[in-house]
Design a binder for this molecule. Sequence first.
Ligand code: ARG
Length: 287
Amino acid sequence: MGDSARILMTSPDHYEVCYAINPWMKPEEWAADQGQARHRAKGQWAALAAALQAAGMTIEVMPAEPGLPDLVFPANAAIVLDRRALLARFRHPERQGEEACFRRLFDGLRQQGRLDEVDQFPPEEFQEGAGDCIWDAERQWFWAGHGPRSTAASLDGIRRFFGRPVIGLELVTERFYHLDTCFAALSGGEILYYPAAFSAESRAILGELVPAERHIAATAEEAAAFSLNAVNIGRQLIMAPPPPRLRALLEERGYHCAALDLSSFVLSGGAAFCMTLRLDLTSRAAA
Ligand code: ARG
């Protein structure tokens, strides 16, 4: 591991909610409040960046592009581990224009010697980056979501490219369309997840692979507050405000919750985790 966590964020300068590709997105609500909405979003974004820096992380900011509002969610750009990046293919045409922006950025990182290899899923093998592929540092494997966005076929590509195990989890609701909306692998080895977002088979896999005392099951209300879409560094969780029951559970286990108003981004179906992408994750095999 490097000295400090390196995190990619995208400037919110062109962020807006102007189409709906998931059930949280409310373009009418955004439009009703034009000037204010953008202003509020910028303030929330800046507070998140400041909280991450206060927790010791180094932030790299990529410029925004007009017409690509969801570029603000770089978790969907790629899967990154061991100085290798596998670039996403977006399911919805509204987001496909982002692929070229992320390609430019990651090719640049490779040219600067900061990444060793950059590749991309084949077209139509949809896979939406770390938003659907979460590295579990404790278990040294990826948890990969498939269903609404990423295809089940993408899991093989992840396995081949990184040479690490990949555990597939099937997402069965439209509301929890990316794995990071309903699942987090915490630094203490707990999995925090919303059971109803997963198929019965996938819940059984979680039961087999993770001992019961390490399961933290979130309620529908906690999941809808985007509490699972958290950035976790050590014992710190930087997240949208968790409802009191969940906050108490996390604090009992020794986590500190830094709660931030991210409502402008929840209006697009995202929060802290997907507004970031870790660039520095390494497996023990590579260390
Ligand atoms: N509006 C974006 C979309 O629907 C939000 C993406 C949030 N990203 C995430 N990994 N949860 O694609």
